[in-house]
Design a protein around this ligand. Structure first.
Ligand code: AMP
Ligand code: MG
Length: 943
């Protein structure tokens, strides 16, 4: 064979890297595992000698003359060439402008160029002349050749050659054993017994680790992967570095252990695998080890690829003292070293993680490299940068020194630079926590930096009429705009004065029937102007209104009535109310027109309940949410703070039994807008809905995204031209809907409101921009006087980018569930004073994530509650209803994108799984009345 000096197999780590390179290159182009070293050489440099020095370096290192062959071979081989030609590229940019920009472009192109691994050398050099005495060296090579440790060794040899050449003397070189010695040593280790030992060890490390460790928010931006790596760095001050070193010594820990401990803890703040035996969380990351076996003499001076990346599985035991836990980490890292020569591809095979995915996505590299020797040359080496492309989305490089440096190398397709800045701040935070509080328990260590803490604890306080009731606010509006249109239904108008007069008349009637402050009045009314009059009248006498939809199944109406035990039920002759024992007032009968306006006593206090609205409950019992005037005034006032436009003509789509009606009714009536009530079931006739919007010149509306999406699809855009403000709420708003909105109605603004009934309609809002930022459509920021906290299971705040459960504190947090103290206690919990100035927290069951700019994303539920066409349904409630039937033993209900699916286990041991549509036929086997009832429960889960 010609030009072959040596042939030998690859090390396991090289094999793994070769495998990855080939897999990624076919998928995404080249550039994986390309390492790039660049620096400026300042001062007199003899370029001819410099090039010669490099040629001699390549000639003296077999590794630098190595090519990799695999095609047609049983196993890949590395072939060392006798001689190679050094790729040398000279660019003259002297006098050219924008050198810095050009250089960045050059560097990134150079990194993505990749290498032909079968052609030695798998490296190239470029010298760019920047000024007469300054040039930039760019040295790129494939990582298969050598590791970061080898780099200063090669550099030192090159400089020795240069020095020898320029002084016309033989170079002063260190004797280095060739890489093939390491390969030979490895092969000696490859006995069956050793292999079995390795496998046993790694299996025991990984056993039980069945879930991947999550990282902060990950979005696919479609950015080309090969260009996607960036880095950020942070230097720890020399004083703190010194103290860290001292503390580490004091507890016999290494700096490496401290940093890896901080990284593991930080990962656990982003979630993690909850299977630890101590009840703690488990996280896994990769640790890069030097891989240089101490048994091999002279190994520290060898050039080649030794490093390996190994999984570190860490259990976070919340009750353990930091130092004790760190000591365990150190023991663990030591134990890994005994088995460090195992290929990651093998380890992966022994793990319980789903095949196909990576074991871990973040790695820690402690760069304990030998320092280059100072050779006293004429030129100096400045601005050194060494970029190691990894195929891990996140790599923490730790460079020890007088001032410890932390570098995060990240995939920009996965992380924004703000998230990376925050991650670095958190590593530093945890390192200083180890310093300041070494014996604190892990769960006591800080999760947020001081700046984050300040931001978290300070809700935006805005003044509002805390001492007024909601009806007093409407009455003030009556004074301001008596002849403005207040309520419109089917073309018929009530002005503010008329609304007030009618409400006073009805209030007089209510008073004469003995209704007074604190009494509950149920409203079971069809959609009409009177519906609003009744609400207003009940509030005026200090009562609490309980809206019930006449379309509810009878059993649900009876349940709600019995639960609230109203002093009076206001209804109409046309409504089929199930028979009850509660007194009834038919509001369509002629009234006695008693005068109420003369009543000078103030009725109703801010702390009294304004309404009770029912939502679905998981144990078959709907929950009545009790909302006070203060809650409601806050919620309504916050709209004037958030929305730039006052209400013009608001189209009320939702049923008043649904809490989103509260938004429209009170926002309109407290600000002088006109409330246009849509006729019953208008959502079933989208043409009519569009005509209504056109006819009534609607400016504002609020509805579930599904309905708005259907409207946009079916309506003639011209009919929607008067809309200025469209609010979607109650369900996640898709990107598609937002895009559709702005393409059809660029003149109207789309808002996304989020909030549970328990926090009084809404707690955050987002003005959706026409240019959507990446990720799901945000639910925005907390409204005034409201805090939205993202907490983990231990009620600890999670960092930005981590998923946590949404908890709400503030003036909107309602008074709990009627007659259900246990459920109230578990959902409305005392608020730790470290988190909030408020005393109560409402646990929403929603999952969310904060973006670095402070906007929230909604990411689903932590329980089995679903939304179907805006209706909040706890699947357990349906299951419970089904189980209540004699011939059903067991029932399972799941939500599917097309609706609900139900599995029933009947007395006949038949299992059936049906979707929503076929539920009807499946239930036909049941008595008709029962089937209707069940279906009605499914359809109308409540507000
Ligand atoms: P409700 O009490 O009927 O208003 O329902 C509140 C629940 O609806 C919340 O807990 C969320 O699960 C869901 N929800 C409300 N608004 C939104 C929104 N803008 N995006 C996603 N989910 C929402
Ligand atoms: Mg709601």
């Amino acid at each position: 064979m010609k030009n072959v000096a040596d042939i030998y197999p690859l090390s396991p780590v090289q094999l793994g890297m070769l495998f990855h390179t080939l897999a990624e290159e076919s998928a995404e182009g080249s550039g994986v595992y390309v390492n790039q070293y660049t620096c400026q050489l300042v001062g007199p440099l003899n370029l001819a000698l410099f090039r010669q020095a490099w040629e001699q370096t390549v000639a003296s290192h077999p590794v630098l003359r190595t090519a990799f062959l695999w095609e047609g071979l049983d196993e890949p081989l590395q072939v060392v060439r006798e001689a190679v030609e050094l790729p040398w590229n000279l660019l003259d940019w002297r006098g050219s402008e924008l050198q810095a920009e050009k250089l960045e472009d050059f560097l990134s192109c150079d990194r993505t160029r990749g290498f032909d691994l079968a052609q030695a050398p798998v490296l190239r050099l470029t010298v760019v002349l920047l000024r007469d005495d300054v040039c930039q060296l760019v040295w790129s090579s494939h990582h298969l050749l050598f590791d970061g440790w080898s780099l200063p060794l090669i550099w030192q040899d090159m400089l020795s050659f240069y020095k020898g050449l320029s002084q016309e003397k033989a170079p002063d070189l260190v004797v280095r054993r060739p890489y093939r010695d390491f390969i030979a040593w490895r092969q000696g280790q490859d006995t069956e017994a050793e292999a079995a030992k390795r496998e046993r060890f790694w299996r025991s490390q990984l056993s039980g680790w069945g879930e991947p460790t999550p990282l902060p928010a990950a979005y696919s931006t479609g950015a080309k992967r090969v260009q996607a790596y960036q880095q950020q760095s942070k230097r720890i001050t020399p004083e703190v570095t010194q103290r860290l070193t001292k503390t580490a010594q004091q507890y016999r820990l290494t700096l490496n252990t401290l940093v890896q401990g901080a990284w593991a803890l930080l990962l656990s703040h982003f979630g993690g695998f909850g299977g630890g035996s101590s009840g703690g969380k488990g996280v896994m990351y990769g640790s890069v080890v030097s891989g240089r076996p101490p048994e091999l003499s002279g190994v520290e001076n060898m050039v080649g690829l030794f490093i390996n990346t190994l999984p570190v599985c860490v259990e976070i035991q919340p009750e353990m003292a930091a130092v004790a836990w760190l000591k365990e980490r150190q023991q663990q890292l030591l134990a890994l070293r005994d088995h460090e020569a195992t290929a990651l591809t093998d380890i992966q095979k022994w793990s319980d993680l789903p095949a196909g995915g990576p074991l871990f996505e973040s790695i820690v590299v402690f760069e304990n490299y030998p320092a280059a020797v100072d050779l006293d040359l004429d030129f100096s080496v400045e601005n050194v940068r060494y970029i190691e492309q990894s195929n891990y989305p996140l790599a923490l490089l730790v460079v020890p020194g007088e001032s410890l440096e932390l570098i995060l190398l990240y995939d920009t397709a996965r992380f924004s630079s703000a998230v990376v800045t925050q991650l670095l701040a958190h590593v530093e935070l945890l390192l200083s926590a180890f310093l300041e509080r070494p014996i604190a328990r892990l769960c006591e260590l800080p999760r947020l930096t001081e700046a984050e803490q300040r931001l978290l604890k300070a809700p935006r306080q805005v003044d509002y009429p805390r001492e007024l009731t909601i009806h007093e606010l409407i009455e003030q509006q009556v004074e301001r705009t008596p002849s403005a249109e207040a309520v419109v239904f089917e073309g018929e108008v009530l002005t503010y004065r008329e609304l007030d007069e009618k409400a006073n008349a009805l209030a007089g009637e209510l008073r004469s029937r003995g209704i007074s402050a604190g009494d509950r009045v149920a409203l079971c009314l069809s959609r009409s102007r009177e519906m609003i009059v009744c609400m207003f009248a009940v509030l005026k006498v200090g009562g609490t209104y309980i809206p019930l939809d006449p379309d509810y199944p009878a059993s649900r109406l009876v349940y709600c009535l019995e639960d609230t035990a109203p002093v009076l039920v206001c209804t109409e002759r046309s409504v089929k109310l199930p028979s009850t024992t509660f007194p009834v007032l038919f509001v369509d009968d002629p009234l006695l027109n008693r005068d109420f306006a003369g009543d000078q006593n103030r009725l109703g206090q801010p702390s009294d309940l304004a309404y009770i609205i029912y939502t679905s409950g998981s144990t078959g019992r709907p929950k009545g949410v009790m909302v006070s005037h203060r809650n409601l005034v806050h919620s309504t006032w916050a709209r004037t703070d958030f929305y730039p436009e006052p209400v013009g003509r608001f189209l009320l789509l939702s049923s008043i039994a649904f809490d989103s009606s509260v938004a429209g009714v009170f926002w309109s009536l407290c600000t002088g807008g006109t409330l246009v009530i849509s006729p019953q079931r208008i959502e079933q006739d989208l043409q009519e809905l569009a005509s209504l919007i056109e006819r009534e010149k609607i400016t504002h509306t609020l509805g579930v995204p599904t309905l708005y999406g259907l409207l946009l699809e079916s309506a003639n855009v011209r009919q929607l031209a008067t809309l200025t403000t469209v609010v979607v709420a109650g369900e996640a708003c898709s990107r598609r809907l937002a895009q559709q909105h702005y393409s059809k109605l660029p003149g109207a603004t789309l808002y996304n409101e989020y909030g549970p009934t328990e926090a009084t309609v809404w707690c955050s809002g987002y003005r959706i921009p026409a240019e959507l930022p990446r990720g799901p459509v945000s639910i925005g920021r907390a409204i005034a006087n409201t805090q939205m906290l993202l907490l983990d299971d231990d009620l600890q705040p999670v960092p930005t980018g981590a998923i946590g459960e949404i908890y709400v504190a503030g003036d909107g947090v309602s008074q709990g569930y009627l007659n259900q103290p246990e459920r109230t206690e578990s959902a409305f919990i005392p608020c730790p004073s470290s988190l909030s100035p408020y005393t109560k927290l409402y646990k929403t069951g929603d999952l969310g994530r904060y973006q670095p700019d402070g906007r929230l994303e909604w990411l689903g539920r932590s329980d089995r509650q679903v939304k179907i066409r805006g209706y909040r349904i706890e699947l357990g409630e349906i299951e419970d209803a089904l189980r209540g039937h004699g011939s059903v033993q067991e029932a399972v209900v799941i939500a599917r994108s097309t609706g609900l699916a139900t599995g029933l286990k009947t007395g006949l041991e038949t299992d059936l799984v049906v979707d929503n549509e076929s539920l009807v036929s499946a239930l036909l086997a049941l008595p008709a009345a029962q089937a209707d009832e069940l279906l009605a429960t499914v359809e109308g889960g409540g507000g």
